[in-house]
Unconditional design. Structure first.
Ligand SMILES: *Cc1c(COP(=O)(O)O)cnc(C)c1O
Length: 412
């Protein structure tokens, strides 16, 4: 199939133009755990990476493969691997590629659970340095002889800092370091990390790609830019089995997915695939709603601060405008000291008090009391998270209804 078609056209017709089963427009949900082969040689070849095919569903399933293909198309990559969650994708990728003697540089503005698993790796003996990744010079200053990987997010959650994505990409390619970008907050509709020289791209499929808050999933995509043939941590056996460009993903599929077992179910893969068909439409609408709401909040006397890359007051507004198709659906607000943040949230009738983001519905959560509670007040202050911060994941409702709901809660 040609890959020159547009973003949404490609997604809508991917299953039908691949190898359709019975003319099925969607890839069917294959529930078999194991796969039988008439000639045992086929089974042997699959085990030895000599042939593509299915043996046991923990490391591959046709319904999941169809979703992986779509993620690869969206990210303009070489290949992708799907996981049960975004966290499974992140932890499997790090575990498969890093050894205890290695060093990692990570953004200090990370999704809370990502920060937490990196802390677990530190407890296991890994050397990880956290830096303010909005300036490449902070990353450069921490690069050591044994630095193997740099990990950043596009738009940080909840304070919306934007990493120096281009600068870090140039630095990593100059030094031959693997550059891993978590693209969840932008999604491949707004941004492709391959354009800033990322080697691997992570997505939580749970968020914008699936988009309806009805299935968990994650993915890692190989952009094809990183030279795996010189990466020292590749299991020697793989080098004789697969082409050099496939070494990284083979290692992640075997050592990460197969051995740690964070496998995506075929039912979830189907839901995520259907959700992805409307990613462009949903995100256009959510981004437009978010910009309108951010502007409304910025002019409201009871709002102290608005964190949204689409506002000119945002420190990386220019960078966001240059790199991203739109400014995203996520924002945070800080209320005036005279308003109790929890009481305000309870006045909202339409907006749902809920975790998660990238849902079709608008969701609001008090940050310090929930997703960043475990960190404690000191670390929150370090990360630029005010105690009265509210994170909003703006959905695709009719804008007037959203404005009305916030207006009533602020003024009622
Ligand atoms: C939600 C999220 C994840 C984790 O994804 P899950 O599918 O919930 O495991 C990772 N990174 C970012 C930026 C996220 O927002």
């Amino acid at each position: 199939m040609t890959t020159k078609r547009g973003f949404t056209t490609t997604l809508l017709h991917a299953d039908r133009l691949g190898k359709p089963e019975h003319g099925s427009l969607h890839k069917p949900i294959h529930t078999s755990v194991t796969y039988g082969h008439e000639d045992v040689q086929d089974l042997v070849d699959i085990f030895q990476n000599k042939k593509k095919g299915y043996a046991y569903s923990r490391q591959g399933n046709p319904t999941v493969t169809a979703l992986e293909y779509k993620v690869t198309q969206m990210e303009k990559g070489l290949s992708s691997i799907a996981f049960s969650t975004g966290m499974a994708a992140i932890s499997a990728t790090i575990m498969a590629l890093i050894k205890h003697t290695d060093h990692i540089v990570a953004s200090s503005f990370l999704f809370g659970n990502s920060r937490s698993i990196f802390q677990t790796y530190i407890d296991l003996g890994l050397d990880i340095t956290f830096v303010d990744a909005t300036d490449v010079e902070n990353v450069r200053a921490e690069i050591k002889e044994n630095t193997k990987l740099v990990f950043v997010e596009t738009i940080a959650n909840p304070a919306t800092q934007i990493a120096d994505l281009e600068g870090i990409g140039a630095l990593c390619s100059e030094k031959g370091i693997l550059y891993v970008v978590d693209n969840t907050m932008t999604s491949p509709y707004l941004f492709n990390p391959v354009d800033v020289k990322a080697g691997l791209v992570i997505n939580s499929l749970t968020k914008y790609i699936g988009g309806h808050g009805n299935a968990l999933g994650g993915s890692v995509t190989d952009t094809g830019l990183f030279d795996w043939s010189i990466y020292p941590n590749i299991f020697p056996g793989f080098k004789t089995q697969v082409k050099p460009e496939a070494l990284g993903m083979t290692q992640i599929r075997k050592k990460g997915l197969r051995d740690a077992g964070g496998t995506l179910s075929p039912e979830a893969a189907h839901s995520l695939s259907v959700g992805a068909e409307t990613l462009a439409l949903r995100l256009e609408r959510a981004c437009n709603n978010a910009l309108a709401l951010a502007t409304y909040f910025e002019n409201h006397p009871k709002i102290k601060k608005v964190f949204y890359p689409g506002l000119e007051s945002h420190p990386q507004h220019e960078r966001a405008g240059k790199l991203f198709a739109k400014f995203g659906g996520l924002m945070s607000i800080e209320l005036d000291d005279s308003i109790d943040c929890l009481a305000f949230l309870n006045k909202l009738q339409l907006v749902v008090k809920s975790s998660n983001l990238g849902d079709t519905r608008t969701l609001a959560i008090p940050v310090a009391q929930t997703i960043f509670f475990e960190l404690g007040a000191e670390r929150r202050a370090e990360m630029g998270i005010p105690e009265s911060m509210i994170r909003l994941s703006v959905g695709i409702e009719d804008l007037d209804d959203l404005v009305e709901d916030f207006k009533a809660a602020l003024e009622g």
